[in-house]
Each structure stands twice: as structure tokens, then as C-alpha cells.
Design a protein around this ligand. Structure first.
Ligand SMILES: [Zn+2]
Ligand SMILES: [Zn+2]
Length: 362
């Protein structure tokens, strides 16, 4: 076994090719080779396929950055993030790696904005270690990655979604701090991040969770994830009416917490939904932010969240396992494909036909 099949972007906007890509051999000390069980797709994969993104990546790349897989080989002894030994046969997810020595890593202690951070789904597949994209039969796990074991009760597809969407939500709640039992939360967006955030807000003790999103089918999932009230953007098209909807449910003040997981264009409206002195959480703040606001709520706190630290991968996996009976997490993975159907999966994501597509492997 010295190569494996992978979905490769060879030119932007063209169908991905299923190619044979080299498996690095031998592995570096501390590195792992993982047999992928599921890879979920994310909007970023679509943007990169349409690309090029401004980060200067060059083709060919194996698409995908949300993997879950089974350890096939390890060079040396490794332990997981909790100090337990990792063995071949363990099902795992693994973190990104920050450099550890730049200003952001070592002084500011904000490793998610480290410019030397290693991440997946944008690395050349013709250069060592080749397998750094998740839509492939195998992936290489570089030595500094922290490893999180996936318990039996969490599906591979949900674990894969923890490797991007869900752990970013956990990072957001970490920064937000405690939600008090009298506080109300408004979530802007009803995709995987919005629906996962709904469950976390409910679980963290919010008095009321209100979600503004679309389409209706997604909002049905949102309700089952714990929302007290949902508002369909396609039906209530005037932002003034949406603001009134929130005010009616918050004694006229606006929400204590507003969480934006749609895109930056939703920020101006989101700020009108927040009470004075409230907290605004802007998750996934990449992309266009050419926005204008009439006024800012007085004494508010505004957080922007990028990616996550290794502990948030653990928190997301742990949440999926321990709250499995309370929330129907599997409903957020809306379609499954084989590796050979990767182009259908990418098209479905690009046209918003599916919320979260998963590539599943045998
Ligand atoms: Zn992602
Ligand atoms: Zn750094």
C-alpha cells in the first residue's frame, strides 16, 4: 500500500478528479496514518474549489478539512489529549497545530490567529506529506496534532463535523462565558453552526433561545435542537418585523446574547436585536465585512471567533456523546455520498441543497 484514492481539485471550478495520491512512508516520529471513515464538507471547501482564495494556496489539493478516521499506523508512542495511549484501531479526530512561538501563540495566547498555523484541505497533494485533505481514503496526522478519541456513541460523520463547525461553536461559547438562567439568546443562522449553537445555548441554561434562519425544513431541525421560537427569513422579509419579533420576546429590550453564524452581512441587523450592554458573538468572521451600522448598542461586548483551540475539539466530541439523548445531532448531517460522488456532494453544498454533506468510506 503506497498510494490511496483522493478527491483532488486540479483546477478551479472544474470537476474534482479521483486520483491516486502517495502515502508518506516512513511516517515521521510521532506521526499517524489514519484510515478515513467520514469527511464532512463545509462552505470553505466550496469557496476553495471556486477559488483561488487570497491565502495563496496552489493546486493540486485534496479537498476537505473535516475528517474522522481509524488509526492505521503510528510511528512511536502517542497519547490522546487526555493522556491515554493511542493505538491502531482507535477512532479519532485531531486538532490543527499553531506554531507556538509567534506573538499570538506565546504572548497574546490567541493561537487561532497564528499565521503559521497548520490546517487541512488546502495543501498540495504532490508534495510531502501528500495526504492533508479529508476527502481521501487516508490522511496523514503530523506529530504535533493533539488527538481526541471518538466514543462509540458518536457517529463518524458527527465527529467529522466537530473538526470544524462544532468546535468553532464551542470556542465561541468559551469566549462568551456563562449564560445566566435569566438570559435570552438570539441566533442568526440555522445551518450546522446555528443548530449546534442552539443546542449548546439550551444546554448552557439560557432562559429563551430564538433562531432566525431559513428554509423551513432547516428550522424544523432547529426546533428539535432546542429552540423556543424560530423565525423564517423567507417569510418575514422586513428586518423591522424581525426586530419587533425579538423585542416582543425580550420585554422590549433585545436579547442578552446574539450569536451570528450566517455571514458578516448579518451583523448590522444582529446589533439591532441586541439589548444595551449585551454580548455579540460573531462566529466565522472571515469573508466580506464591508458593513455599516447606524449605531452601536451602548456598553456591548463584541467577540469575533476564528477556528478553535484543541480543547474545543474535545468539548465538541464530548457534547455530542454526553447530550446524544437530548439532541438529534444526526439530523444535521443531511446527505451522504461516496468518494466517487464527491462532485455531486460539492455541487449540493454549492447550491445550498444540503446543510451538511458527508463523504462516507467503507
Ligand atoms: Zn470548515
Ligand atoms: Zn504562532
Amino acid at each position: 500500500m503506497n498510494d490511496c484514492r483522493a478527491a483532488v481539485i486540479t483546477s478551479h471550478n472544474q470537476p474534482l478528479e479521483i486520483q491516486r495520491v502517495r502515502i508518506p512512508d516512513p511516517l515521521e516520529p510521532g506521526a499517524l496514518l489514519v484510515k478515513i471513515t467520514a469527511s464532512t464538507l463545509c462552505g470553505t471547501d466550496v469557496h476553495r474549489w471556486h477559488g483561488p482564495l487570497p491565502d495563496g494556496d496552489t493546486l493540486p489539493i485534496i479537498t476537505g478539512h473535516e475528517p474522522c478516521g481509524i488509526v492505521e499506523a503510528i510511528n512511536g508512542d502517542r497519547t490522546d489529549i487526555l493522556g491515554k495511549p493511542v493505538k491502531p484501531g482507535d477512532r479519532i479526530v485531531w486538532s490543527y497545530v499553531s506554531c507556538g512561538s509567534c506573538y499570538y501563540c506565546s504572548v497574546a495566547l490567541q493561537p487561532c490567529i497564528c499565521s503559521g498555523r497548520a490546517s487541512w484541505g488546502h495543501n498540495r497533494s504532490d508534495q510531502y506529506p501528500y495526504l492533508l485533505g479529508s476527502c481521501a481514503e487516508y490522511m496523514y496526522v503530523p506529530p504535533p496534532c493533539l488527538i481526541i478519541k471518538v466514543p462509540e456513541e458518536v457517529s463518524s460523520a458527527s465527529a467529522a463535523a466537530s473538526a470544524c463547525a462544532y468546535r468553532t461553536v464551542m470556542h465561541g461559547f468559551d469566549r462568551l462565558g456563562a449564560i445566566k438562567s435569566h438570559e435570552s439568546v438570539v441566533i442568526q443562522g440555522s445551518g450546522p453552526l446555528g443548530n449546534f449553537a442552539t443546542a449548546v445555548a439550551r444546554d448552557h441554561g439560557a432562559k429563551k433561545v430564538m433562531v432566525i434562519g431559513a428554509p423551513a425544513a432547516r428550522l424544523e431541525v432547529t426546533k428539535r435542537m432546542g429552540a423556543d421560537a424560530v423565525l423564517n427569513l423567507e417569510e418575514v422579509t422586513d428586518p423591522k418585523d424581525r426586530r419587533a419579533w425579538v423585542r416582543d420576546r425580550t420585554e422590549g429590550r433585545g436579547a442578552d446574547v446574539v450569536i451570528q453564524v450566517a455571514n458578516n452581512m448579518a451583523v448590522p441587523e444582529g446589533l439591532t436585536l441586541l439589548r444595551k450592554g449585551g454580548r455579540y458573538l460573531n462566529i466565522g468572521a472571515g469573508g466580506n465585512a464591508n458593513i455599516s451600522v447606524k449605531s452601536l448598542p451602548q456598553e456591548m461586548i463584541f467577540h469575533t471567533i476564528r477556528s478553535a483551540e484543541p480543547r474545543h475539539w474535545l468539548q465538541a466530541i464530548d457534547f455530542l456523546a454526553s447530550r446524544k439523548k437530548t439532541f438529534p445531532f444526526e439530523e444535521m448531517i443531511s446527505a451522504s455520498y461516496t468518494l466517487d460522488q464527491v462532485n455531486d456532494a460539492m455541487q449540493a453544498m454549492a447550491s445550498y441543497q444540503v446543510v451538511k454533506a458527508a463523504i462516507k468510506f467503507q
